[in-house]
Structures are given as structure tokens and as C-alpha cells.
Design a protein around this ligand. Structure first.
Ligand SMILES: *Cc1c(COP(=O)(O)O)cnc(C)c1O
Length: 216
């Protein structure tokens, strides 16, 4: 893989309106540095241990996103530096992030993960549950987290019509929730295999791993 060329190609293709999160999970720091030297500053990981090891080792102007499922007992390891948590799927988790963010005197941006795929294995909230969280009294008291949007993963399938329907469902939910949530700015959807459909459906943040860094 020509990581440098891939970064440049994606940045050009996506333009300035769509944020590219380069998903570097399982890849070594040397690969990340090739992307960094090509101008990329936002990287995503799906395991907190790996995320914090890489944060310690690599340049401090990298913006680190946690894109995977978060275990509550590990939030403390990312709280000092994480810039965006993509997959918040419960009020309990949000409470923990708020607590650890406060200890670090930070405000941590979060997205609620909505379940749009058919697969049972995928995490995420039903839209109604997300609405409940957003309108709960508890959330209003969390001063150290900011809910800035939604994230979703489509079903892993060749059926592009199905993928499109799932992304459109998420986009509709995002637009709907944005009316009452003024801090909503970010819709994280699309990966290597489906980002073009996601962008067509209104994504403004894509998470691309294997087609930048190679197969894992
Ligand atoms: C691994 C991962 C990606 C990137 O997947 P690719 O298919 O390699 O682009 C995106 N989002 C999440 C949540 C991931 O875990």
C-alpha cells in the first residue's frame, strides 16, 4: 500500500467538508507516521490499550478518536487525551466518560452510536433510546461531555440498496435530532467498503482503515 498516496487521494476526494478519520488499528506507528507526514492528523483506534500506547509514542498534535465499543472500566485510560468517542451506547457509559473527563479537567466530545445494521452482533442504540438519553435530566448535568452527533455502521453486504437505506435512516435521525440539539454537527458514517454511499447519504465524517493502510 502506498499510504502517502492514499491519504492524498482521500483528502482530495473528500474535500474540506468531510472529515477523514484514518483508522490505524493493528498498524504500527511507522505506518501512522507516513500518513502523518502526508498531512493526516486525525486517527482512530478501536481498542483503548492500543489507543493510549500510540498516543504516548506519537506526535502530540495527533487528534485521537476512539471508534470501537468502550468498556467502562477502561475510560480512564483515554480520558486524558481522546478527542472524540464515536460509539457511546448507554447513559452509564456517558456518565463514566463525564466523570473521567472532569478528573482531567476536560470536555470530551461524544457521538451516540445508533444501530442501523441488520446484524445482531453490532452494537448501538435504537433511535428511541438515543432520544431518551438526549432528553434525560442526567445528561443535562454532565458538564464534561458534549454530545455532538451520531455514528452508525451499515450491514456488511454487497446489497448497496440496503446499505443506502440504512445510511439514509441514520441521516434522517441526525437531521431530526439536530433540531433540538444545537451542538449536533457530526454524522460519522462510512468505512472503506461503503464510504461513497455514506457520503452520498450525507455523512460528514468517514472512518477509513484498510483502503489506506492495507488489509489487517
Ligand atoms: C475498523 C473500523 C473501521 C474501518 O474499517 P475499514 O473497513 O478498514 O475501513 C471503521 N469504523 C470502525 C468502528 C472500525 O472498527
Amino acid at each position: 500500500m502506498d499510504i502517502e498516496a492514499n491519504i492524498k487521494r482521500y483528502r482530495e476526494e473528500l474535500g474540506s467538508e468531510i472529515t477523514l478519520v484514518a483508522i490505524s488499528k493493528t498498524k504500527p506507528g511507522s505506518d501512522i507516521m507516513i500518513a502523518y507526514n502526508a498531512g493526516q492528523r486525525i486517527f482512530g483506534e478501536n481498542k483503548i490499550q492500543e489507543l493510549s500506547d500510540k498516543w504516548e509514542a506519537l506526535p502530540k498534535d495527533i487528534e485521537w478518536h476512539m471508534v470501537g465499543h468502550v468498556q467502562r472500566n477502561k475510560v480512564k485510560y483515554m480520558a486524558p487525551f481522546v478527542q472524540l468517542v464515536h460509539a457511546v451506547d448507554s447513559l452509564k457509559l456517558l456518565k463514566e466518560i463525564n466523570k473521567e473527563a472532569r478528573k482531567n479537567d476536560r470536555i470530551i466530545n461524544c457521538l451516540l452510536q445508533i444501530k442501523i445494521a441488520r446484524e445482531e452482533t453490532k452494537f448501538g442504540l435504537e433511535l428511541e433510546e438515543a432520544k431518551e438519553i438526549l432528553s434525560s435530566d442526567a445528561v443535562l448535568k454532565f458538564k464534561n461531555v458534549k454530545l455532538i452527533g451520531l455514528m452508525g455502521m451499515a450491514t456488511y453486504t454487497d446489497d448497496t440498496e440496503q446499505v443506502k437505506a440504512e445510511f439514509l435512516k441514520l441521516k434522517t435521525a441526525f437531521d431530526d435530532l439536530k433540531k433540538d440539539n444545537k451542538e449536533f454537527t457530526t454524522l460519522s458514517m462510512g468505512m472503506s467498503g461503503d464510504y461513497q454511499i455514506a457520503v452520498e447519504c450525507g455523512s460528514n465524517m468517514v472512518r477509513i482503515g484498510s483502503s489506506i493502510f492495507g488489509e489487517r
